[in-house]
Design a protein around this ligand. Structure first.
Ligand code: 6GU
Length: 460
C-alpha cells in the first residue's frame, strides 16, 4: 500500500519514520511519499494561496497549483483507482469503517490544505474525473490550522489495518469501534497498587469467565455514559441477557416489537406534564384492559375507563397536589409506562382509600406512619419483559419517597388483581409484601384484589 502526502510542511511528516508505520516502510509493507506543494509553483515567491473570491478573512489555496501536484502523483499511478483524501473540518467525520475501506485501496493521496481551505474546484474536478475517489474527511468538531495532523492520523489509522502491520491481529478485533461497537474497557498492569489505587480484584481472580463479564460490563457502562449514539447503533443480535440487564439500569431498553423498535431505546422517567393529559388517557385506555382478568365484560372495562382514565380525569390528576403522575418516555416522546401515586396531605390518616390495609406489620413493626397509595402503574405492551417495569418501579418509589422526606416512616400500598401473578412478582421484587385483600370494582363487576405494602424508605 502507498500513501502520497502533499503539504507545504513536508518536515512535519518526519514522525512517520517512527514506530509501527516507520517499521512497515522498512519492511516494504508500506510506502510513503512526501511532496512539497511549493515544488509545483512557477513564480519566484513559490505562491500557493490567494485572497478569497467574494472577500473575507484569510487565504485560499490555489486550484491550479494543487491540480499540478495531484496530476504529477497520478501520472505515476500503476493502475488501481486511488483515493484522494482531503482533510477539512467541513468533511465527513472519519470513522473506523472508512479506515477499513481505505486499507483495501492500493494508493491514498492526502492533500493537506490550510484551514481556510483549498479552492473547492479541486475536489469538484477530481470527483468528476472518475479515475479517483475523492474523500473529504474531518477528525472531529474542532478546527486545526492545517490538514497535516489529520493526515498523520489517517495514515496511522489506515496503515495499522493493512495485513502484516499489527503483530497480533486479535488486538484489532477487540478494540474500540470495531466489531463490538463499544468503547474499550479499562486496562491495568503491575504494580498491583499505585498511589493507594488497587487493580480491580476480579482481574486477579484467574476466573476468565468473570473477567470477560466484568470487561463487558465496564465497556457497556462507559459507552452508555459517554456515547449514547453507539448504544443506539448496537444490533439486537450483539446483546446478551446480561448486557440488557445492565443497559436497563442505565436507562436503555429493548422493546419486544423489533419491527417498530429495531434498536435500544433510551427511556426517561419524569413527572407527566399537564399538556400530556390526552396522551396519557389514550395510553391508559390501551393498557387498562390488559390488566383485567379474562372474562370481564367489555362494557365494564369501558365504563371504568370513561370514569377514571379519560383526558379530563388525567387533567384533574395532574392538577392535584396530592397526586404524582410519572411517565416513562422514549426519545420520540412516546409513553412507555405511567404511574399514579396518591400522597396524603399530611402525615396522618387523611386520604386513605377504601380497601387500604391500615393495620399491618412490616419488619416486626406495626405501621404508624402515613400511607401512600400506588394507584396505577401500567406498561405498554412492547416494553413488557424489557426490564423497564423494574426500573420504572424503582424510580416511582424513589419519587414517592422524595415527596415525603420530612415524615419519619412512610409506607406505600397497592392492590392488584389476585390472578395477575406477573404484577405480583414485579412488586415483590422491589420489596412489596402481601398484606391482605380488597374488593375492586370495574364498572359493576366486583373483583378480588390482593393488597401489598412496603416501607417507603427501605433501600432496594
Ligand atoms: Cl481534517 N482539518 C482541519 N484543518 N481541522 C480539523 C480537521 C481537519 N478535523 C478536525 N479539525
Amino acid at each position: 500500500m502507498r500513501f502520497d502526502v502533499i503539504s507545504i510542511f513536508p518536515e512535519f511528516f518526519a514522525a512517520l519514520q517512527l514506530s509501527l508505520v516507520g517499521k512497515a516502510q522498512e519492511k516494504g509493507i508500506l510506502d510513503i511519499g512526501i511532496h512539497n506543494l511549493r515544488d509545483f509553483t512557477s513564480d519566484i515567491h513559490r505562491t500557493v494561496d490567494d485572497t478569497p473570491c467574494g472577500g473575507g478573512a484569510g487565504m485560499v489555496m490555489k486550484a491550479d497549483i494543487w491540480g499540478k501536484a495531484i496530476d504529477s502523483i497520478l501520472a505515476e499511478n500503476s493502475g488501481l483507482r486511488p483515493v484522494l483524501a482531503i482533510p477539512t473540518p467541513g468533511g465527513k467525520q472519519l470513522k473506523q469503517a472508512d479506515c477499513h475501506r481505505l486499507a483495501k485501496s492500493s494508493q491514498v493521496i492526502v492533500a493537506c490544505g490550510r484551514y481556510e481551505g483549498i479552492d473547492a474546484r479541486v475536489a469538484q474536478y477530481y470527483r468528476q474525473n472518475s479515475q479517483v475517489e475523492v474523500f473529504e474527511y474531518s477528525l472531529g468538531d474542532y478546527v486545526l490550522n492545517g490538514g497535516e495532523v489529520a493526515a498523520v492520523a489517517l495514515i496511522e489509522a489506515v496503515a495499522r489495518l493493512v495485513p502484516g502491520m499489527v503483530g497480533n491481529p486479535e488486538s484489532l478485533t477487540e478494540e474500540s469501534y470495531s466489531a463490538a461497537g463499544l468503547l474499550e474497557y479499562p486496562v491495568y498492569t503491575r504494580p498491583l497498587e499505585f498511589r493507594g489505587l488497587a487493580v480491580p480484584e476480579v482481574l486477579l481472580s484467574g476466573n476468565h469467565q468473570k473477567v470477560r463479564q466484568w470487561r463487558r460490563e465496564q465497556a457497556l457502562r462507559k459507552t452508555a455514559q459517554l456515547r449514547p449514539d453507539l448504544i443506539r447503533a448496537l444490533a439486537r443480535e450483539q446483546l446478551e441477557k446480561d448486557d440488557l440487564r445492565q443497559l436497563a439500569a442505565a436507562g436503555w431498553f429493548l422493546a419486544a416489537d423489533s419491527e417498530k423498535y429495531p434498536h435500544l431505546q433510551q427511556i426517561e422517567f419524569r413527572p407527566a406534564r399537564l399538556e400530556e393529559a390526552k396522551k396519557l388517557a389514550d395510553f391508559a385506555a390501551q393498557t387498562f384492559p390488559d390488566a383485567c382478568p379474562p372474562g370481564m365484560r367489555p362494557d365494564s372495562i369501558a365504563s371504568f375507563i370513561a370514569e377514571n382514565l379519560s383526558e379530563s380525569c388525567f387533567r384533574a390528576y395532574l392538577n392535584d397536589e396530592t397526586r404524582r403522575v410519572l411517565v416513562a418516555c422514549t426519545d420520540a416522546g412516546e409513553i412507555a409506562a405511567y404511574s399514579l401515586v396518591i400522597i396524603p396531605r399530611a402525615a396522618g390518616v387523611a386520604n386513605i382509600e377504601e380497601g387500604a390495609p391500615v393495620d399491618f406489620v412490616v419488619d416486626g413493626i406495626p405501621r404508624e406512619g402515613p400511607l401512600l397509595y400506588l394507584s396505577k402503574l401500567y406498561l405498554g405492551k412492547p416494553w413488557r419483559g424489557s426490564g423497564l417495569c423494574q426500573q420504572f418501579l424503582k424510580a416511582v418509589l424513589a419519587d414517592a419517597a422524595a415527596q415525603c422526606r420530612e415524615w419519619p416512616e412512610p409506607y406505600i400500598w397497592l392492590g392488584t388483581n389476585q390472578t395477575n401473578k406477573r404484577a405480583q412478582r414485579a412488586y415483590k421484587k422491589v420489596g412489596f409484601l402481601l398484606s391482605g385483600q380488597r374488593v375492586f370494582f370495574v364498572g359493576d363487576e366486583s373483583n378480588k384484589d390482593i393488597t401489598m405494602v412496603r416501607r417507603l424508605n427501605m433501600k432496594n
